[in-house]
Design a protein around this ligand. Structure first.
Ligand SMILES: Nc1nc2c(ncn2[C@@H]2O[C@H](COP(=O)(O)OP(=O)(O)OP(=O)(O)O)[C@@H](O)[C@H]2O)c(=O)[nH]1
Ligand SMILES: [Mg+2]
Length: 419
């Protein structure tokens, strides 16, 4: 499964050259000085991207390194036009963003089914000499050449379009939630980083309504610096209307113990911080904080948590101002839900809250600017695979993490000295 989820490809594309206009004079028996009759060249083929909602990944482009459109044909005698070059249409899933492969600059994006975007324009064909005839120059001895083609490396990145994105530490129960509310069958296990690639699920809601939920790999503190799986997958929640934060109820805090509001808020803040480092615009999205695995703590703890968050509502200062029940405006409130996927408790309430948030007018706009990407730093999944030769670590190699000198003076060294 993991190998089939391709959300990054780099392709070298070239549109077609325009055909040259023809330089030709009409010739026929008994027609002296037949005059210019060179026809125009044809247009070169475009490279076009077309959205296709039946595609979910860029897998079909993984092994396609070059895409070339054909050139336009040259113009001919008797004012005949050259043939237009054939366009090349690249089918991509909705939500594909295109960057320049050399500079990382954002070029365009395809969001809707059947939406077509011309990525590279084919050159226009040149005009034949027939166009240049004038009263004073009845025999123009020139015609236009065709326009050159365009060529560039492009990077296609998929940013899936879901309504709700799950954000949480590894093992928070994200995949379990997705498997309970939708028909998706993500891998679930009690070790961190079970989910390695984003998963999507369609959540059925009451009368025939549904919304889409995206489960992405867990985030840990320092993800922005590349720890864990890094922030590579965060782009998949860039366009979600609502972010659902998951913090397990049995989160441990050294001071307070298990399941205290402080422990939960601390984890929530770490997650927020990582999102901020990735793209501060993510913070302006509607958020819901959910406390998962509620079956792992006793009822008293849950009651205490509920009471605490009722008294101390969490506010989302970055979101657009929300209107409250009394008509006033203020920072949007982050709803807090408590649920357990294992015991199926609180799931329906959670869906209610999500549905309300998705349909709020202020959350409808999910436009986000696509920052240029760093083409040098960017990870290339297919190249990483080749590079996993086991590395031997030799004892005399001084690695900072293995630097034993800092342990000198404790334990063995003391013994050695004495001997
Ligand atoms: N008791 C209890 N256990 C749960 C609940 N939800 C998930 N778990 C367990 O928590 C562990 C991790 O669950 P996952 O759904 O794989 O967690 P995840 O957030 O997807 O983790 P990663 O994919 O590694 O980021 C599994 O062993 C689940 O069985 C719950 O509601 N109650
Ligand atoms: Mg998972």
């Amino acid at each position: 499964m993991a190998a089939n989820f391709i959300d990054y490809v780099k392709i070298y594309c070239r549109s077609g050259k325009g055909g040259a206009g023809s330089l030709h004079f009409h010739r026929a028996k008994y027609v002296p000085k037949g005059g210019p009759d060179g026809g125009d060249g044809g247009r070169g083929g475009h490279i076009i991207l077309r959205g296709n909602r039946n595609l979910w990944t860029l897998l079909h482009l993984k092994y396609q390194k070059h895409i070339f459109a054909t050139d336009g044909g040259h113009g001919g005698e008797s004012r005949s036009f050259g043939k237009d070059g054939e366009d090349r249409i690249i089918e991509v899933p909705c939500g594909t963003v295109v960057y320049d492969g050399d500079t990382g600059e954002f070029l365009c994006e395809v969001k809707e089914h059947r939406q077509e975007v011309i990525l590279l324009k084919g050159g226009r064909g040149g005009l034949g000499n027939w166009h240049f005839r004038t009263a004073t120059n009845q025999a123009p001895r020139y015609a236009q050449p065709g326009e050159p083609c365009e060529e560039r490396n492009v990077i296609l990145q998929l940013k899936v379009l879901a309504d709700v994105g799950l954000v949480g530490f590894p093992n928070a129960g994200k995949s379990t939630l997705l498997s309970v509310v939708s028909a998706a069958k993500p891998e679930i296990a009690d070790y961190p980083f079970t989910t390695l690639t984003p998963q999507l699920g369609i959540v059925k809601y009451r009368d025939e309504q549904s919304f889409c939920m995206a489960d992405i790999p867990g985030i840990i503190e320092g993800a922005a610096e590349g720890k864990g799986l890094g922030l590579r997958f965060l782009r998949h929640i860039e366009r979600n209307a609502v972010l659902l934060f998951l913090v397990p109820a049995n989160t441990y805090d050294l001071e307070g113990g298990i399941g205290t509001p402080e422990a939960i808020l601390r984890e929530y803040e770490i997650l927020l911080n990582e999102l901020r480092k990735y793209n501060p615009e993510l913070l302006s999205k509607a958020r819901v904080l959910s406390i998962s695995k509620s079956d792992t703590v006793d009822q008293d703890t849950l009651d205490r948590l509920k009471a605490y968050f009722n008294e101390h509502p969490i506010l989302n200062e970055d979101a657009p101002e929300a209107t409250d029940e009394w008509g006033g405006t203020g920072p949007a409130r982050v709803e807090v839900c408590i649920f357990s996927s294992a015991a199926y408790m609180g799931i329906d309430e959670l869906k209610d809250v999500l549905w309300t948030e998705i349909n709020k007018e202020c959350n409808q706009v999910i436009e986000i600017s696509h920052a240029p990407i760093d083409v040098v730093q960017i990870e290339r999944p297919e190249e990483e695979e080749e590079d996993d030769e086991p590395r031997t670590i030799y004892m005399n190699e001084v690695d900072e993490e293995w630097d034993l000198s800092k342990y000198r003076g404790i334990g063995w060294d003391d013994l050695d000295d004495k001997e």
